[in-house]
Design a binder for this molecule. Structure first.
Ligand SMILES: Nc1ncnc2c1ncn2[C@@H]1O[C@H](COP(=O)(O)OP(=O)(O)O)[C@@H](O)[C@H]1O
Ligand SMILES: [Mg+2]
Length: 417
């Protein structure tokens, strides 16, 4: 650019040799300074592929040796799309780096070395994660992000027809209500299961217009779910015999709804019946085998056939294996949430084939902080690292004590969220 300007300038003005020299020196200095600033600013990013041996390099034993160069292209600060989200995605930090190779880029090399890249850039201590994307034919984009450790939310995060689940790589994570499926959440005691359950419940209460009935089950005599009891279409269950009877009601509903769907030629029911079950492991410790099996059979049937009728299971457990929950149930719960755990069976529920720990986060699942989770969307199978918000008693009690439908109407009548 500068060269062209200079040529044009020289052409149109009658410049003497001495002037040329002066202009040359200025030009050269500008280019030199610009380059120097460029390298000083980005040197770490520029040398990254070479320091870590990620660039395609010589293959000694072949005659067609070639050295490809992975060139640093750009650094970009990333922000959620809307201004509101930028404010609401508290503590989310992210940026990206792009590299190009003129011949071919080895994206897998970057993926396999994700943790080394973070070490090299000094981002491990800052708890950054990196995700590697292929771009065009010869580019690779590394997205670095760091999720907040802990944050709270207010009513403005929740929206009708959507579930707000937390903060992930790109900002606020929402899932559409009409694509919801069964969910299984596992994590050791204290990992944040019940807190996540309340988060889901708040989302449901924001969508009461779509919900026929909610069952809140806790057989361990916990107090977490009892507070929802005062809501009209919520039934709190703490007794296993009562649960057994109620599940018959649900199955009857299921049959009815299946008939309706057949008659009306519809594939999916619009109304939801939600079964939220905290500490589902409690069933397997119940001494009466008959009741245990009856409940498992009914849950299996719901897990298999409930979705089209809008009857959905949300099961929470510390551990998952065949003795705790039959695989006929587990296999049908497609959305999976994994919180802190050191149990390998639990870790496998997110993905039986891949080692998810390597791919999604470098932090071992057993070292997850509270509310940190790998979330697998049952519909798309996409896996994301999410930080759930902490749900305080104040927010929860406010939502329960005000009729939530009123609050939702109030919010809907305000300007869009
Ligand atoms: N998302 C979160 N962020 C920060 N702290 C959390 C979060 N979720 C839970 N906690 C903390 O951890 C404690 C245990 O959470 P809880 O949901 O009861 O775990 P669990 O049901 O798995 O035993 C809570 O008292 C809360 O203070
Ligand atoms: Mg709990």
């Amino acid at each position: 650019m500068l060269g062209i300007c200079f040529a044009l300038y020289a052409y149109f003005t009658d410049t003497s040799i001495d002037d040329y020299k002066a202009i040359f020196i200025v030009l050269f200095s500008i280019i030199f300074i610009e380059r120097a600033v460029y390298y000083l600013t980005w040197w770490k990013f520029i040398i990254l592929p070479y320091s870590l041996n990620l660039h395609s390099n010589f293959k000694d034993d072949t005659s067609k040796n070639s050295l490809y160069v992975d060139k640093f292209v750009k650094f970009k600060k990333l922000k959620p799309k809307s201004h509101l989200e930028q404010v609401m995605a508290i503590g989310l930090k992210s940026f990206s780096l792009e590299y190009r190779n003129f011949v071919a880029i080895n994206v897998d090399d970057y993926k396999e070395n994700a943790e080394r890249i973070l070490h090299f850039l000094g981002l491990i201590d800052k708890r950054y994660e990196v995700k590697v994307y292929h771009k065009k034919n010869r580019n690779v984009v590394l997205v670095f992000y760091s999720l907040p450790y802990e944050y709270s939310v207010d009513l403005s995060y929740f929206k009708p027809n959507k579930l707000f689940l937390g903060i992930y790589e790109k900002g606020l994570y929402y899932r559409k209500l009409n694509t919801l499926d069964h969910l299984l959440c596992v994590g050791e005691s204290g990992s944040g299961k019940s807190n996540f359950m309340h988060l889901l419940n708040i989302n449901f209460l924001f969508n009461l217009h779509k919900i026929k009935k909610m069952y809140m089950i806790d057989l361990k005599g916990g107090v977490e779910l009892k507070r929802y009891e005062k809501l009209d279409n919520v039934e709190f269950v703490s007794n296993i015999e009562r649960l057994n009877v109620l599940l018959d009601d649900v199955l009857e509903d299921l049959k009815e709804s299946q008939n309706e769907l057949l008659l009306s030629n519809k594939r999916k029911s619009d109304d939801l019946t939600l079964i939220v079950f905290d500490e589902v492991g409690a069933v397997s410790t119940y001494p009466d085998k008959k009741i245990r099996e009856a409940i498992f059979d009914k849950l299996a049937l719901i897990s298999m056939q409930g979705r089209a009728s809008g009857i959905l299971l949300f099961l929470f457990a510390q551990k998952i294996d065949n003795t705790i929950l039959p695989s006929s149930i587990v296999n049908n719960l497609q959305t999976r949430v994994l919180l802190k755990t050191s149990n390998d069976n639990n870790i496998n529920i997110i993905d039986l084939k891949d080692n998810i720990r390597e791919k999604i986060t470098w932090v071992e699942v057993q070292d997850f902080n509270k509310g940190r989770a790998i979330y697998k969307d049952g519909l798309t199978s996409d896996k994301s690292l999410i930080q759930f918000p902490i749900i305080g008693d104040k927010l929860l009690n406010y939502i329960i004590s005000n009729n939530m439908i009123d609050v939702t109407h109030e919010l809907l009548n305000q300007k869009p969220l």
